[in-house]
Design a protein around this ligand. Sequence first.
Ligand SMILES: [Zn+2]
Ligand SMILES: [Zn+2]
Length: 577
Amino acid sequence: MKIPTLCLAVSMILPASIHATDNLVLARQGHTDYVIVVPRKASPATRRGAQELAQHLKLMSGAEFKIVDDTAPAPDHAILLGITPPGETPDAGANTDLGADGFVIRTVGDRVSIAGPGPRGTMYGCSALLESLGVRWFTPTLTIAPASPTITLAPISTRETPAFEYREPFFAEAFDKDWAARLRLNGNTPALDESTGGKVAYAEFVHTFDSLIPPNLFEAHPEYFPLIDGRRTGGYVQRCLTNPDVLALAIAGVDRAFAARPDAVIMSVSQNDCASWCQCEACRKITDQYGAHSGLYLWFVNQVAAAIEKDHPGKLIDTLAYQFTEAPPQGIVPRNNVRVRLCPIAVCESHPYERCDFPATREYVANLAAWSRITSTLYIWHYNTDFANYLMPFPNFDEFPADLRLYQRSGVKGVFFQGAYAPGGGGSDAEMRSYVMAKILWNPSLDADAIVTEWMRGVYGPAWKPMREWFDLLHQHARVPQNHLRIYDPPGDAFFPPDVRAAGDKLFDDAMKLAESDQQRRDIAKARLWLRYVKLVMEPRDDNVLDTFLNDARSFGVTSLNEGGTLESWAQWYRSR
Ligand SMILES: [Zn+2]
Ligand SMILES: [Zn+2]
């Protein structure tokens, strides 16, 4: 871990009105008499929180914070984790509306108490306290802890819960376990385990019809499969959802999946990634009854969810509202243990959805509103990258923070931000995106633009201004009302006209001159790769510019420039075009 010495004076973040003597002095001149107290039976996640506190407070101050258990009465100078301070009502322990992730941080006398009733609450409270003292985890490898031999803490009483129960930026960089835990992300993909209080673990994630009702049953039971143009059809297709055996197989499959994955809290029962729905009379009848394809799918999923509720209380069933099932039904609502996941794959991503006139976006906004009238437990699959051009800058930082607030108003409970996820990562702005997303998934009312600036100052150091100018230049073009941005668009003149490409080169030159560390120069060079990619696509080259680009991309660990492809397959395509 790289720890630059950055001097955000700790006093800067304290309210000026608080008199110094009111403050707790956690460390003085590199020493402390505070101890961190954990319950004897503390969970691994609470113990991790204690270690995070001790490690980072030492980084800041040089002081050694001992971790002790609560066998003996806690001293006055104690940071209590998961323990209600004497004389206080035990609301942090008993208040179940803090959920799995919420916490309370309070100072009582000279003591600090951090407690959340759920599996991650206390650990998240430790990360929040460190952030309030100026610690930042900007990337998986760049932690900034303000050097501060004396650490003071103003009296505090806060209670925090996240806006969304499920928070997952899906970028290769964001799969780092420590980074995810510190940023309070609880999605399915990072290797979060008991030591981090688990996660929203899926038994199986998406497109599960083939797993639940295997395609090889077609020969013996064609009736399980869709009737398409008068014939039962096998292969990669949907299922005949009104067939009672199909329902029984799905229920048994979910039961089996939860038994195999005791850590899983949710299982996907969802359509395959194709159209080919069943046109049989019974399926058509249910579809017509509810006025949309989604009616039949929800009718089926609700029955699965009802059947598994007794044996798997508290567990959830996820399903999709995707393509032919995106429009909501009438006369049926998702059960409490169902999460319907909307997947707006065709919308424009440059403009906040409510301000964009692109037809697919208008349609999606209407569908979201209609779904939100029948349920307050939606999940969203939010596409956040150009999937045909992972390295192309994707200027949607106006869009996703605004739409996260739209989601919060619409009763959404979980958001999956799908980005460049190939091994090695390297997709444009992947680390900054993941960081900003983590912050606003917890609290959508935070100022995302200010978080971008803070991230750039932290990562690029004195070179941050030209990097920010480049970011702003791209977003100026994203604000042109007719410049819609879809997730498979090639780089083009609407976003990257010749003057923008030239300005980009100059800004990267300027940034490189201002950088003061090898790490900053490397981060700037990595960001420049994204402009170099755009130029290669828009200004085809046959000389060694391609080879140099490919070598540099490899040196940054990039293994893929588009979904499903490799760096080599892209190079082959480029050379042959
Ligand atoms: Zn059917
Ligand atoms: Zn648009």
